[in-house]
Design a binder for this molecule. Structure first.
Ligand code: SF4
Length: 577
């Protein structure tokens, strides 16, 4: 089954900003956090917010305390003032595009203009906009409403940001011919129209389209209608559990889109489920391969195999004859650490990876036995190689195991950092450095008893590649991570900046390998292995164009880069030595 995910699927800018702001407030604020009205039309997200202790404030009390967040639709200015006067600390998450409309209305209302708002009188955004009209505002839904109004000496017309373009054009044309002195401002947000135009395009090349979003979300329902109007089967679902499994066994091309209030972790889960359903269309061998692929990923055996391959490649790049024991050490260390950390964070993973979390619940004993056996075997192997190697690996193992454990309980420190994990971006950096040490520095210490410049160069290269892998996964998981309060690098830097950084990083890693070979510091294999960084760069490009959806296949592709490193190094090393 070919899955096509709409580029516009999921949170629009305003909703994403509001959700991020309330989660950040809940993760950081000491007092109680609430939202003034439901934050978005998505019951799963609202339920999670409730579980995080973020409550709903439906009226302004005389006295209040804690933090209250104004949602993306905005509120009339007097309501914001009343919240502040009640004693709340107010976070204004009004969408910047809505603020722009409020500003236009406010400016002209002060000059004595009347305001006509083309929109839904009951919509909270429109109610908020009315608060800026200084009592001279009118909500119109069509031309007939306009005809009922008297002719004003001066007036402006704006639109609710989610207004229909065709209706806006009709009303504008009427005003231009009947009230040419009125000022018209097209304040429709293009997020909605782009989303609708894209789903029309997707439906043209799909056997069916899945529309993900709340059943009471207006913009999601509209997407569902648009697909139905194309005479294509459309499935409006809230979560992956609503997918009619039987029907999807027969579709070969499935489009996926989502409303503006659907978080990406729900979209990812739908993609994962569709991918699983599509396996029933495959032959027995391919079905087996897909299950096998998933098992390799869930158990971290493939990730660990990748670490072994990277260790092999790193040794070749440094000109060290590859030694099986060092490859095994990297394999065992990564297998042990990743499995233990996946196990510890299985509850947090239920948003981003529900199947893996369930797998860890179900097989926790064998997985724990595997993790401890691998860790112990790695340490024994390191001890055989030398005391220094043993001490380094033991220190890294202890650091890895304590990453998610509470080291500084709340009573002991007043700071917000209780675990190493609480340091923003620490996961990405620590995993990368640990992989870099075990794949590049340890082999050098064991084989050369030293860390020469070539080892440092290769250490930086392999650490960079692993850093790219981890930061990319953090990007995929950003909304789920925010919900569990995990501050990852993309959460701190922003998604666009992280993506830009990853593109630069992959280009830099490619040049790094080439340059240091040509200046004679690293082995010729480094000039070949660094091509992997270009492959990673291409993967990022494909992902940005939404030609790859978050799925087992994508995870497998990402982890395969390390296997490619091993293969790239193996050929030339075998031929040239
Ligand atoms: S639809 Fe547009 S205006 Fe409305 S919240 Fe989203 S980005 Fe802002």
């Amino acid at each position: 089954m070919k899955l096509t995910l709409a580029r516009t699927a999921g949170f629009c800018m305003g909703v994403r900003r509001a959700v991020d702001m309330v989660l950040d407030a809940a993760n950081r604020a000491d007092g109680h956090v609430c939202t003034f009205g439901p934050l978005i039309h998505n019951s799963q997200v609202l339920e999670i917010l409730k579980n995080k202790g973020i409550s709903l404030l439906d009226h302004i009390p005389e006295k209040g305390q804690g933090t209250v967040l104004i949602r993306a639709h905005g509120v009339p200015p007097e309501e914001k003032q009343a919240l502040e006067a009640a004693g709340f600390s107010v976070i204004d998450a009004t969408c910047p595009r809505v603020i722009k409309v409020q500003t236009i209305i406010h400016k002209y209302a002060k000059l004595g203009y009347h305001t006509l708002i083309l929109g839904d009188v009951d919509h909270s955004e429109v109610k908020g906009l009315m608060g800026y009209t200084q009592g001279n505002g009118f909500v119109i839904q069509d031309i007939s409403d306009l005809e009922k109004l008297s002719k004003f000496p001066q007036a402006i017309m704006v639109a609710q940001t989610t207004q229909n373009h065709d209706l806006f054009s009709q009303v504008s044309a009427y005003i231009e011919s009947n009230h040419p002195h009125y000022l018209i401002f097209n304040t429709i947000c293009d997020s909605t129209s782009k989303r609708q135009a894209e789903v029309k395009e997707i439906a043209k090349n799909a056997d069916a389209v899945v529309v993900v979003g709340g059943k009471n979300s207006g913009n999601t329902k509209r997407l569902h209608q648009i697909v139905q109007q194309q005479n294509i089967p459309s499935y409006h679902i809230e979560t992956e559990n609503d997918l009619p499994e039987q029907a999807f066994q027969y579709y070969h091309r499935v489009g996926i889109t989502a409303g503006a209030s659907t978080p990406n972790w729900i979209i990812n889960r739908v993609c994962h489920r569709l991918e699983t359903l599509s396996s029933t269309q495959l032959g027995t061998i391919l079905q087996f391969w897909q299950t096998f692929q998933q098992a390799l990923l869930f158990t971290n055996i493939f990730v660990a195999f990748g670490a072994g391959c990277l260790a092999f490649a790193s040794m070749c790049m440094q000109g060290i004859p590859p030694v099986f024991a060092q490859v095994m050490m990297a394999f065992l260390y990564v297998l042990s650490m990743h499995t233990l950390n996946n196990y510890i964070s299985r509850k947090a993973e239920r948003y981003n990876y529900p199947y893996r979390a369930a797998f860890y619940e179900r097989f926790r004993i064998p997985l724990l036995v595997m993790a401890f056996t691998a860790g112990l075997s790695g340490l024994i192997l390191a001890y055989i190689q030398g005391v220094l190697a043993f001490i380094i690996l033991l220190t890294m193992s202890l650091l890895g195991m304590t990453y998610k454990l509470t080291l500084f309980p709340s009573g002991v420190t007043s700071y917000k950092i209780h675990k190493i994990q609480d340091i923003p971006g620490s996961k990405t950096i620590l995993i990368a450095v640990a992989w870099g040490i075990v794949t590049s520095i340890l082999p050098s210490i064991i084989e050369k008893g030293d860390v020469p410049l070539s080892s440092l160069i290769v250490f930086i290269w392999s650490t960079g590649l692993v850093f790219g892998r981890c930061a990319f996964f953090d990007l995929l998981d950003i909304q789920g991570n925010r919900i569990v309060g995990q501050e990852t690098l993309p959460g701190v830097m922003g998604e666009a900046r992280t993506m830009r950084m990853l593109r630069w990083l992959s280009t830099g890693l490619f040049l790094w390998g080439i340059i240091f070979y040509f200046v004679g510091i690293t082995h010729i294999t480094s000039a070949l292995v660094c091509v992997t960084a270009l492959l990673f760069h291409s993967l990022l490009r494909f992902y940005e164009k939404k030609r790859l959806v978050s799925s087992t296949r994508l995870h497998f592709f990402v982890e395969s880069h390390f296997v490619v490193c091993g293969l790239m190094a193996w050929g030339p090393w075998w031929i040239m030595g």
